[in-house]
Structures are given as C-alpha cells and as structure tokens.
Design a protein around this ligand. Structure first.
Ligand code: NAP
Length: 257
C-alpha cells in the first residue's frame, strides 16, 4: 500500500505520514525543505519499518502536479492507494498589502496543483475501483474572511470541488474526502504572519487529533469532514447566522493589531 503526502515534513502532513505508516503504508513525502523531509523520513522508517521516500519539490508552480506525478511514476509502477493534498500556507493581512508572489504561490498551490493532482491520480483509482484522495481544506473555507481573504477563498474552492468530484468518484468505490480542520497547533500561524494564533472561535486541535478524525471518517464518509466537535458546531452556527453579522464579527476578530 502506497500513500503520497504533500507537505509531509511538518504539522498536519507529518501526522498523516506517521499515522498512515502505523497502518502499514509505504510513503512518498513531498516538501521543499530537503533536510527536514529527510529527518522525518528517517525517523518514520526506523519506527514503522515501511518504505519512505522523499520528493523535494516546490508545488507552488504551474506544473507542480505534473512534476509530482512524473516523479511518483518514475520511481515505481505500483498504484497510489492514498493521495493527501495537504501542502498549504496562510497569509494574515489586508489583501491590498499581500505581495504578488505570495498571491501567485497560494493560487498555484491550493487551486492549480490540488486540481491537477486529482485529475492525474484519479483515473487510475477509478480503473482499479479503489483509492482515497484527502484534500486538506479548512473551516475558513465556509465563509468569507477579511484579513485572510484569499486563503479562505481558496479553501472554499477546495470544499466545493471536493464535494462534487467525491460524488462522481463514489460510483467507482473511490473516496474523496475534504478534511476541514479548525485552528491546529503547527507552524502555520507563524508562516502566515499571525502575531499570535487568536482566531480560535471553534476548538483548538493538535495535528494528531485532526488526522485521527480524518482517517477514522474514511470508514463513514462525510462530505466535507469538519474535524473536532467544536468546529462542527461552529460550522452549523455559521449556516444560520446572518452573513453581515458574521463578516463584521470576523473582521473585528481578524484585523491585524
Ligand atoms: N494549522 C492550522 O490551524 C490549519 C487549519 C486549517 C487548515 N490547515 C491546512 O492544513 C494544511 C497543512 O498546514 P499545517 O498547519 O500543517 O502547516 P505547516 O506546519 O506550516 O506545514 C505546511 C507543510 O506544507 C509544505 N509546503 C508549503 N508550501 C509548499 C510548497 N510550495 N511546495 C511543497 N510543499 C509545501 C511545508 O513544507 P516546506 O515548507 O518544506 O515546503 C510543510 O510540510 C494546509 O493546507 C493548511 O491550509 C491548517
């Protein structure tokens, strides 16, 4: 059994790597930081006695998905059983101040690479009538969020695309899960430029808790999968509260100090 995990070197992706290795999966882990990737791979190999290979690749490129697919195919001909599209990053601040290169990276990484990766890996899963794709979105994708505007919009795209493709794939026994964590303790907030991680309106989870919820839900598919009870309650509440009130409250809460 083989799993490909993007962003497998840290945070939520690293937890997917450890938990899938514990279930006996061989792994291809993808990230840019070669040293960090190789340290994680070495440790998982020693602990779980599975094959772990590193793919050092920047997925925020227009052909990131094609490069990933070609790299996986060039190494082995065995099928990919699980694809986890997890690599991602945030940006905290006014959209008008967001540097153009970060806008481009976010669009490529969250939209283009995730979409093309599904298009590349899905047909083989459909043919085999088995396989799982997990896209890591966010509860931020359930509403427009001032000051993390582009991030929230890209995650909304992932939630929408995952739901419809998941329904198509179901007919072939293939699972597409859109995993939506709330605030999770990782390097994410530091990378996004949050002075402190203060937007925990739902619950705060560890990366291990997010991944346990995600993998457990594969046996009882729910689309999208919101991890953690408090986050699920929050998403229900957002569905019934007036949009204007939610936007005003979110803007007050997220405005950089
Ligand atoms: N933490 C949260 O509160 C939270 C909440 C909801 C959703 N999420 C989502 O969860 C996912 C994982 O985030 P995390 O919290 O685990 O953050 P993290 O600790 O910062 O990890 C991000 C991972 O993505 C990789 N990555 C980033 N840019 C990449 C690129 N251009 N090419 C290849 N790999 C790249 C990083 O490795 P390199 O830097 O070495 O490339 C790292 O392995 C993201 O999609 C994020 O949006 C996080």
């Amino acid at each position: 059994m083989l799993a490909v995990i993007t962003g497998g070197s840290r945070g939520i992706g690293e937890s997917y790597a450890r938990q899938l290795a514990a279930r006996g999966y061989n792994l291809y882990l993808v990230a840019r930081d070669a040293a960090r990737l190789s340290a994680v791979a070495r440790e998982i190999r020693a602990t779980h006695r599975v094959l772990v290979e590193e793919i050092v690749l920047d997925l925020a490129q227009v052909d990131g998905a094609e490069r990933l697919y070609a790299e996986v195919r060039s190494r082995r001909t065995v099928p990919v059983d699980v694809l986890v599209n997890n690599a991602g990053f945030g940006f905290h601040g006014e959209f008008a101040d967001m540097p153009m290169p970060r806008i481009q990276d976010m669009l490529y990484l969250h939209l283009v690479t995730v979409t093309k990766s599904m298009r590349l890996f899905l047909p083989e899963m459909r043919e085999r009538r088995s396989g799982t794709i997990i896209n890591v979105a966010s509860v931020a994708g359930f509403l427009p969020l001032p000051y993390i505007s582009l991030y929230a919009a890209t995650k909304a795209f992932m939630i929408s695309l995952g739901a419809s493709i998941g329904r198509e794939a179901q007919a072939y026994g293939v699972i597409v899960q859109t995993c939506c964590p709330g605030q999770t303790v990782t390097d994410f907030h530091a990378t996004a430029g949050f002075a402190e991680p203060r937007y925990a309106v739902g619950g705060v989870q560890t990366a291990d808790e997010v991944v346990s919820d995600s993998l457990a839900a594969l046996d009882h598919p729910r689309e999208p999968l919101v991890t953690g009870l408090r986050n699920r309650l929050l998403v229900q509440l957002l569905r019934i509260l007036p949009r204007g009130l939610v936007l005003r409250t979110a803007a007050r809460h997220l405005k950089p100090s």
